[in-house]
Write a new protein. Structure first.
Length: 248
């Protein structure tokens, strides 16, 4: 199985700390490296990184990262990184066969989340999203979160930043099948902008968007200086295996 990490965006909310969000260090380890190491621990045999903003700098970082973690880490550049993140998903998925772990470069997770997510294969779904039922989780920024409304099966009924009713928050980690990129392309063909959430909503409308609840597991979207400060304090404890491997 491959992992696909989206690392193409501008990262405007972290610009005061770093010109490149994926390369922003958390307790000395770049966000992109934390994600790639966690993907490998979950069983990924290759990591595809979609680049855009600061592409040359990120792409130059990948060979050393590949050497450190012991699996291929390769770049796939998106044609226009100013477009919504679904375009990055399609760019990365174009070089992947079969199912893959999909991650955002600014989200970090305790190991159990990705390990469990990697096992969520099923003929009844085109994608499985890790969700947190703790809508009042103090680590979540409610102004930036993507919210999820569930049906009686625990599948997605609605997803987006502004939906009026919700049961959970999107953790930014997916087990995707080829149906996800197809759904994003269908949304674009229908006149939408091409966001990941638009593709997810199309799969939800078809009854093909499952979820996996993470329980009390730790995760964090490192999207602004406040979240980065939290990550600096908590990540070395919550991701202790990763930091031990880096130091080894």
């Amino acid at each position: 199985m491959d992992a696909l990490i989206i690392a193409a965006g501008f990262g405007s909310r972290l610009r005061d700390l770093s010109d490149s969000k994926p390369l922003t260090p958390v307790a000395g380890v770049p966000l992109l490296e934390l994600g790639a190491r966690q993907a490998r621990a979950a069983g990924a045999q290759r990591v595809v990184v979609v680049t855009g903003h600061e592409a040359e700098r990120i792409e130059a970082f990948l060979p050393g990262l590949s050497d450190r973690i012991g699996i291929p880490v390769v770049a796939q550049r998106v044609a226009d990184w100013s477009k919504p993140n679904g375009w990055s998903v399609m760019a990365g998925a174009s070089v992947i066969d079969g199912n893959y772990l999909l991650m955002m470069s600014d989200h970090i997770f305790s190991a159990v989340i990705l390990r469990d997510l990697a096992r969520q294969h099923g003929a009844d779904r085109g994608v499985t999203l890790a969700v947190d039922r703790r809508c009042d989780n103090p680590l979540v920024d409610p102004d930036d979160a993507t919210w999820v409304r569930l049906d009686e099966r625990g599948f997605i009924r609605a997803i987006g930043k502004t939906i009026p009713e919700y049961d959970a928050v999107d953790c930014g980690a997916f087990l995707a099948t080829p149906e996800l990129a197809q759904a994003i392309q269908a949304a674009i063909d229908a006149g939408q902008a091409g966001s990941l959430s638009e593709g997810m909503q199309r799969l939800a409308d078809a009854g093909r968007a499952a979820t996996m609840e993470i329980g009390g597991a730790w995760w964090l979207d490192v999207d602004d200086p406040r979240a980065h400060e939290l990550a600096e304090a908590q990540a070395p404890v919550e991701l202790a295996e990763v930091y031990q491997a880096v130091r080894a």
